[in-house]
Every structure is written in C-alpha cells, then in structure tokens.
Design a protein around this ligand. Structure first.
Ligand code: FAD
Length: 415
C-alpha cells in the first residue's frame, strides 16, 4: 500500500478523461496530472451503432489507453475504490491511495443489465443483442442477417438518463433499412418500446423521427419499460409506466431483441460524498465545478449536468473544465460556461442521417448552415468517416476545433 500525491487527478480514462487531460496539457502550466483507469482498452463508442449494422469494424473502434494518454500525463492502471473528498484522497482498487489538489471525475456510466431480469444471461444468444457493448454489437449484425421472413423484432429504449439517446433508434432504422434493401421489410414486424412518453427529448427532432419510424412501418409503444427477458422462450416482458394501464405487464414474443440497458454511475461514485441523490456527481451545470467540494470538477456521462450524454457534449465540456480548473488554481473567478451542447448524428438509414445538435432547453443549435431537420448523405459521411478521425486525431489530442455552434437558429420554433 503506497500513497502518492498529484496536482490534478483524473478518474477515468475514457472519452472525457483523455480529452480533459489533453486540454489541460495543451494549456501548459506544468501541472503534474495523473489518470486512474483500470481498463487497457479505450473504445470509440459512437461507432458501435455502425458495428451493429455491418457498417464498421469493431477493431477500428478500439485503441490501447496508454497510446492515447497525453505525453507528460501519468497513467495509473487501477480503479478508484473510494472517494474521500474531505481528505482530498482517492483509494484505489490496488490498495494504493492518491491524494490530490484538484480532482476531475470522469468514470462514465455502467450498463445495468441486471436491472432487467434474465437479460444478462441471454445476451449474445437467442437473438438478444445490444449495440451498447462492444462484446455484443457484432452479434446485432449477425442477428439482423439471420432474420427470416415473418420475423418479429423488438427494440427497447430505457429510462433516462442513458448515453446517446439516439442510439436505440439508430439500431432500429439501420436494421429496417437493411431489410428494406433486401425487399423483406414488409414481411417483418418491428416494434419499438420506449420508456418515455416521447421518442426523443427535443421536439424539433422528435417530429421528424416519428415520421421516419412510420415510414419503415415501425410501431412505437410509449411508456413501456423492459423488465424481463426469457431468452430460450424468446419472450420479453414490459411494464407500462404511464397512463391508464400503468403497472400492467405485457409479454411480447420476439425473434430478435435489441436491448438498450438502463444505465447509472458506477457504485463507487453513487456511494460517495460527491454524488447527488440520483448518484451522479453533483456539479454546477454551467461551470462543471462541484457544488460542495470546490476542488472537484466532473464531466462526461457521470456528471449531473442535464445534457444529452454524448461524446459531442464532452468535446464542449472539456475546454470549460480545463479553463475553469486553471482559473481556480490561479485564484481567478471560474467564468467559463457550458451551455448544454450535445450532438447526435441520427442514422435514419444506410447512407443518411439527421444531425441533431442542441443545448439546454432543447434549443436547436446547428454547426453547419443546413436545415438540421433533413436527412442527408453528408451527415452519414460525417458520422462514419469524419467524426472518428476527428475524435482520435483532434479531440483526444486537445485540438479544440469547431467549438462554436449557431445559438441564433430560429427554425426550431413550434410550427
Ligand atoms: C451505442 C452507443 C452509441 C453512441 N453514439 C454516440 C454518438 O453518435 N455521438 C456521440 O457524441 N456519443 C455517442 N455515444 C455516447 C458516448 O460514447 C459517451 O457519451 C462517451 O463515451 C462518454 O464518455 P465518458 O468518458 O463519460 O465515459 P466512457 O467513455 O465510458 O469512459 C469512462 C471510463 O472510466 C473508467 N472507469 C469506470 N469506473 C472507474 C473507476 N472506478 N475508476 C477509474 N476509472 C473508471 C472506465 O473504464 C472508462 O474507461 C454513444 C454510446 C454508445 C454506447
């Protein structure tokens, strides 16, 4: 058991942890920065949706964490086992302790498969797949290709918050478009069960998405939560979570079930003094600074900011955390403000996507001067080709391009 000290300790070396470390390094300051990360693999998760549609190789989503750690930053291969913010210390899973002057929490969220009875046991077999995990995304594509005429397919969308609120729909539209291309769509029954009373949280895009689902003949069932899966008997159980039938359960047979699991912060965060009542790290939604521990910041999926949990959000959060952290170190006021920006390239078919970009309050804020409600080929190219390059070569390297989005867009007013 050893204790070491560092100036800035970043917990989590995923999208948020690496990006904020790179952002801090770019700004100089000679800080002694360490990242605590138990895994040796880092995934570009936004491409998992494409892996599940046979459009991207899983290997291309993966890099070793040590190759991404910015020069001069120490990588500690362990997990955080306990946060002790009163002592400015984090106990690691290997028995060591790291003390810090400043802490950045970036652990992401975990996939709560076990909140759905029987789901974990049957994942990867019996037609039960999920793009949410690199282990099972390739199986989605296998399931899609194996579908027989007359097949019944179920897609689920879990309770919010979960990462990439568009990902469950992407799986549905890419599958439907593949079947359309094979001339088999009309022989297939596709049902989409969503926990929320709407298909997407931003009305401007929800209006378009409802039409796209209808175009594919997908039946959308609102306020339904997946509670159990019987893999061998190919039966899913949903609970109605709103309206007159609240509490009522229904059983639905399937040939293929694409499950998007419930998600929440890791237990070590939930049970720490850093968490709010829902388990997320309690930060100010603009400065991203902890509301009770002034030397703590958080970003990415684990923070309590009510933005859409996406890598795109982190691209805008990281410079805010870096600037505010450096200001705080220098004793200056913390003035940088994150506006809730998130982006989701909604792949509505193979070769086309809607680029959904928005900030707090559901205000639409496109980056390109194009009507953001339209499906476009260029958005597919951005999603499949440009964004992965941008991610590895720019975002994770602290090259902060395209930080501006159009907050003056007025086309999202109610029709
Ligand atoms: C299917 C899918 C599709 C998506 N599509 C898009 C998209 O199109 N566009 C988009 O912008 N975003 C998309 N996302 C979301 C995006 O990938 C995430 O929002 C983003 O990766 C979150 O980054 P993060 O750093 O917060 O968490 P992660 O990248 O998950 O990293 C968290 C890191 O913390 C580590 N960690 C966990 N516990 C501990 C601990 N106790 N101690 C130390 N380290 C720990 C983990 O090992 C991990 O490396 C998608 C995600 C999925 C799954």
């Amino acid at each position: 058991m050893a204790t070491r000290h560092c100036h800035v300790l970043i917990v989590g070396g995923g999208t948020a942890g690496i990006t904020v470390a790179a952002s801090l390094r770019k700004r100089g300051g000679g800080l002694d920065i360490a990242i605590v990360e138990p895994s040796d693999q880092h995934y570009y998760q936004p491409a998992f949706s494409l892996v599940g549609a046979g459009q991207y190789a899983l290997d291309d989503t993966r890099r070793r964490v040590e190759t991404l750690t910015p020069p001069g930053v120490t990588l500690i291969r362990a997990g955080a086992g306990a946060f002790r913010p009163d002592a400015d210390a984090v106990d690691l899973t290997n028995g060591d302790t790291v003390t810090y002057d400043w802490l950045v929490v970036a652990t992401g969220v975990v996939l709560d498969w076990d909140k759905v009875s029987g789901l974990r046991e049957t994942l990867g077999q019996n037609g039960v797949c999920s793009n949410y995990s690199p282990e099972y995304a390739p199986y989605t594509w296998q399931c899609v290709q194996a579908l027989k005429p007359g097949a019944k397919i179920i897609f689920t969308q879990p309770p919010l918050p979960f990462k990439c609120p568009g990902a469950p729909q992407k799986a549905a539209y890419l599958t439907a478009d593949y079947l359309r291309g094979k001339g088999r769509l009309q022989d297939t029954q596709i049902d989409y069960y969503v926990h929320a009373p709407v298909i997407f949280g931003v009305p401007y895009f929800a209006r378009e998405l409802v039409k796209i689902a209808a175009r594919y003949g997908i039946t959308v069932h609102y306020q339904h939560n997946l509670v159990a899966v019987d893999g061998p008997n190919k039966m899913a159980t949903f609970e109605n979570v709103g309206g007159d039938d609240q509490g009522k359960r229904i059983e639905v047979p399937f040939d293929m079930l694409h499950a998007s699991p419930p998600q929440s912060p890791p237990e070590v965060v939930k049970s720490s003094p850093l968490a709010n009542q829902t388990g997320f790290v309690e930060i100010d939604q603009n400065t991203l600074r902890h509301t009770r521990f002034g030397n703590v910041f958080a970003l990415g999926d684990v923070c309590s900011a009510p933005n859409s949990k996406t890598a795109a959000a982190i691209r805008k959060q990281a410079p805010v955390v870096a600037r505010n952290l450096l200001a705080a170190i220098a004793g200056r006021p913390v003035e940088e403000s994150y506006d809730g920006y998130a982006s989701c390239p909604l792949t509505t078919g193979i070769g086309k996507a809607i680029m959904a970009e928005f900030i707090y309050g559901g205000k639409v804020t496109p980056t390109l001067p194009l009507d953001p409600s339209k499906e476009r080929g260029i958005n597919w190219w951005i999603k499949k080709t440009a964004l992965p390059v941008f991610y590895w070569r720019y975002m994770l390297k602290g090259r902060e391009w395209f930080l501006k989005h159009n907050t003056g867009f007025t086309g999202d007013a109610e029709p």
